[in-house]
Design a protein. Sequence first.
Lengths: 547, 135
Amino acid sequence: MCERDEIVVERYKEGAYKKETDSGIKLKEYYTPTDTKYLRYEEINDPGQFPFVRGIHADMYRGKIWTRRMLVGFGTAKHTNERLKYCIKLGASGLCVVCDTPTQLCIDSDHPLALNEAGLVGVPFASLKDMEELFDGIAIDRVSISFQTPGDPGPVIFSQFIALAQNRNISLQSLRGSTTNEPALKMFGYETMNPMDISLKLSTDVIEFCVENNIKFHPVVIGGYVFRENGLNAVQELGVSMAAAALCLEEAVKRGLNIDQVAPRIAMVFSVGSDFFEEVAKFRAARRMWAKLVKGTFNAKEDHSLALTLSAHTSGITLAARQPINNIIRSAYEFLSAILGGCQAVDFSSYDEPFSTPSELASRISLNTQNITAYETGILSVADPLGGSYFIENLTNEIEHEGWKIYKKIIEMGGLIKAYDKGWIRNLIDEQIQKRQVAFEKKERIIVGVNEFKIPDEEEEKLPIHFNPPGATEEQVKNIKQLKNTRNNRETEKALERITKKLEKGWSHNLIPEIVQAVQCYATIGEIWGTVRKTIGLSYDPFESFI
Amino acid sequence: MEKRKIRVLITKIGLDGHDLGAQLIAKILRDAGMEVIYLGKFQTPKRIVSAVISESVDIIGISVLSPNHILLIPEMTDLLKKHDMSHVKVIVGGIVPEPFASQIIEHGVNKIFAHHSTSEDIINYIKQQVTREGR
């Protein structure tokens, strides 16, 4: 027998099954009523009923298909605007915008460290002008808009959005969507140079502003996706997300806000990994955990507080640079988990994620994956189709149980910030990423086309990848410099002074009205954060020591 | 006399914050017996080169995700040259699409490791490169 024949024989006999899920939950050969007998139906209940395991609406996707969207952000606001319109044309039912790195770090496009970075991996939100151009020709009151921005830029981007609505005479109550605005991301790869306490304060200001003005926009989206993509497994993603939610809710309650006005406004975004059933169960478990947390710990009374709005972003870390067309299949399965798990909105890491920001083609495939699923498979006709499966209900329980263990550990340490300061979070991440790499190298974790089923380099697929429009960064830098020269600088300075004065009155005073006013005078994100930093005794430029 | 350990500088460049790869590779190289100077995020070409000089490292490892590398890495290799530090090897890991890959190789980067590279590939390469220099 030649060597090739031997491989074929080996393959005939091999088994690809796993004895446990990706996060280590033991799996049996099959499940029976014994595995769910301790579970009363009230703990699952109908879709739309507490504890919302089976979804937050009784009619689920019959009432409304999940919001189909695609992450966009590159070049200048004008470039991103064109792509947003392209996504709408392809059937996106919501918009999703990601900011560039200078915006993430709250510096302007003309900051010395931003000169090579503006508009590279997201769109700049340096001033209201960017926001205006971004949504030129788009009815912002008629489409849900999600700003995927980590913690610190959130309050400023939110204020730019409010200012744009004001200028277009749009009622703030008609705005739908979300800002990530999630300070906990600073502990998971999105560090900024601003201290946690001021970030939390401003994040809470956005919540309070939405409550006071009856804006039905999600001011905070708890960032499970980021926790997960930084290496955590599904169970840890759940536990940490609940701890991050507790941190956010505590701050809001401390501010004197009514939990039943806050909780319905908080959403979560999770990653969707490759372990299909574990991911389905994770979304189901997340809703039950949230319902218990908000009811038990925060004494929320109303149903809409207890029903968790969930969105999903298919995983980027599971995608491969080898035979990248395979990524379309990976994302489709992940997406299916999210839908069988009952998510309200989904966006994708597209198949070219291992190379660049999404190309037009990749955006189209991502949206079409959603459209094919919605319109061709019949999958959305019945709510929670996997509910009642001995396996799924058992797995949902197990995952919830393990998730609470992580949550309780964090709370025992004094909450998420203390757990981070003690290095516990860092250790958790280190442990997980190492485990993942070892499993990959030992081929315990098979990635098709990467460590098995490989093809020769010369046969590798050559994808049309997206490069930024030439000159976009330079154009953005030029525009922001021009803006600073041509706006009414006296008015801008006065508006910034009002931020200082309000902040000096005490941190419980909401800064958003003053930030909106400053934004209206075309104050930039760097100037607004610089003013805040200076007022609390920090350097105006967060990167002063780096230049 | 005990042989001096291989000294590696691991860093991110520019404002991109995705440092999972950098953290992982730092740990892998430490476990392989090398001395790792971990510079972290938000590093400029100037800061990296001054760390190279003060820490007298044998090799620089830059972990990239953002396309900012196509401008910042050549800026850094130019600075290395200017300071007579061209003998210090430069390896890059992460997302480097063509034609950027060929361009940074032309500009003095010695090797690029894609994200399917194994620990062994990287460790062996470093050992080979640094011993070949006759340390």
